[in-house]
Design a protein around this ligand. Structure first.
Ligand code: GLU
Length: 491
């Protein structure tokens, strides 16, 4: 009996230790199972390390800090994971993918990247968050290519390692005479500037890039769309660990559903067509010739009334193209186009004196801004203040009520701007408290100012501190990089 029992115990012990050994050996054979997933690492470190490009469509710094479409979207993602966002920039697309694949590198690339075939070995892409079309860009006045064959014999430059380099290489298989160059030392803004200044004949960029940058380069035009629309996605290193990608996809789906992705697109891309070619050219000219005369006055008034001077300058441009003796038939006058009543209320004696006009406009804007509902948060609050500055607080209240009645959010600018044009239609305004108003114009007013404001933000980045806009030759933004490339940003 005893012997039997002892044997049984020994056998059981042997079996157990063998099982443990096998288990351990099993672990050794697949070390991945023992290692934390990317998502677990992010959560443990409390930080999401994202790599991007330093460009107007992705990530840059203005006086208020870091900004850009990709940055804002990534920040929301980091927030949803409950971790801090750490942004790094790469000097080139090749470097971006190399660093993404380094074991101790950033875990996510958010850089306006097209999910191409060629990138499959280097990256796994998330679901799409923006549809873009590759566009051949030429200079106005030059021969316009209209089909791929027309590209032969022209000097074409694209970003090294870009989806466009891949696309042109593909095209070259059917059009062997096609020549193109790639450069790792430039950004899309540089490519567009080079076309603008006739340093190259053509380039190929994504439609979002052109839309964003058109205003700086009045001479660049779309020749034709090269191929179908494609998707921009976030990228993680190629490999089996899809823990972060799953979260990214969930997040992107969620922001698409709840409208915040659309709001971000609206903020960064929604007003890009506003100026058009002529407007873009005129603005660039006035930025150099007129703004310097009033910049000091804008800054002084901004400081006094705690408003961003660039916003005031943007209002001034929309109102009068920075013309101090502007006069309209309806009796509004001066650089900030104040009505007689507003001028009086703001203590402006001479509306045609630009200093007084700017100070009066600033005071009035600050007053309107501070009188808005506490429920509005920035940046929407600023857009509402602009609308109220233009159409009056009473009509704005009407539009907000219309929004509420439609089940829209009266504290979201995107929702209320849809309602403003209704104030000019009898079927709607007859039911409002304050009646008819040219609400459609207000939408344009706000949209234009936001566009000017964006441009002023971009051209007055921190490294320009102390430099006057005019002296800096800032209508060419490509040369004004502020973030040391490749270095983690200070968050
Ligand atoms: N979207 C491009 C890419 O995926 C980069 C930016 C551009 O050239 O428009 O390579």
């Amino acid at each position: 009996m005893f012997a039997h029992t002892a044997l049984r115990i020994r056998t059981a012990a042997w079996l157990l230790s063998t099982a443990i050994l096998l288990l351990l050996a099993g672990c050794d054979a697949s070390p991945e199972a023992a290692q934390p997933s990317t998502l677990e690492r992010i959560q443990k470190e409390g930080a999401l390390r994202v790599i991007t490009r330093n460009s107007p469509t992705t990530y840059f710094q203005d006086r208020a800090g870091e900004t850009g479409f990709e940055f804002e979207l990534a920040r929301r993602f980091a927030d949803s994971l409950g971790v801090e966002l750490k942004v790094e920039t790469a000097d080139s697309l090749d470097e971006l993918f190399t660093r993404l694949n380094q074991p101790d590198g950033p875990v996510l690339a958010a850089a306006g990247l097209v999910a191409t075939e060629g990138r499959k070995s280097q990256a796994n892409f998330s679901r799409a968050y923006l549809e873009v079309t590759p566009q051949i860009i030429y200079r106005n006045g030059q021969r316009r290519p209209t089909r791929p064959e027309d590209l032969i014999g022209r000097r074409i430059l694209v970003l090294k390692g870009s989806s466009h380099a891949e696309q042109l290489a593909q095209l070259k298989k059917t059009l062997p005479e096609l020549q193109f160059e790639e450069s790792a030392d430039v950004e899309v803004v540089d490519l567009l500037r080079m076309v603008d200044e006739s340093q190259i004949d053509l380039t190929l960029v994504d439609s979002n890039e052109l839309a964003m940058n058109q205003v700086y380069f009045p001479n660049v035009r779309v020749a034709f769309d090269l191929g179908e629309a494609r998707s921009l996605g976030w990228a993680v290193a190629a490999g089996k660990d899809d823990s972060l990608l799953i979260e990214a996809n969930k997040f992107l789906e969620q922001v698409q559903k709840n409208g915040s992705l659309q709001r971000l697109k609206d903020r960064y891309y929604g007003h890009v067509d506003v100026l058009g070619y002529v407007g873009a050219y005129t603005f660039a000219k006035h930025l150099q010739q007129r703004l310097p005369r009033y910049e000091k006055d804008f800054r002084k008034a901004a400081e006094k009334y705690k408003v961003d001077w660039r916003l005031l300058a943007a209002i001034g441009y929309q109102e009068s193209l920075w013309t101090p003796d502007a006069t309209s038939k309806t009796g509004v006058r001066g650089l900030m186009m104040l009505t007689q009543n507003t001028a009086q209320a703001m203590g402006v004696v001479n509306r045609l004196d630009p200093k007084q006009s700017i100070a009066g406009g600033a005071k009035y804007f600050a007053l309107v801004h501070s009188g808005l509902s506490e429920k509005m948060s920035e940046p929407d609050r600023t857009w509402f203040a602009l609308a109220a500055y233009n159409v009056g607080i009473a009509h704005l209240a009407d539009a907000r009520k219309l929004a509420q009645a439609e089940g829209l959010d009266p504290n979201k600018w995107l929702d209320v701007q849809k309602m403003l044009p209704r104030l000019a239609q009898k079927q709607w305004y007859s039911k409002t408290r304050y009646g008819y108003a040219r609400g459609g114009e207000t939408v344009h007013f706000v949209r234009n100012i936001r566009r000017y404001y964006d441009i002023l933000n971009w051209v007055t980045q921190p490294q320009m501190e102390g430099t006057r806009v005019a002296e800096s030759g800032l209508h060419v933004p490509g040369v004004n990089r502020t973030i040391p490339r490749g270095e983690p940003s200070q968050l």
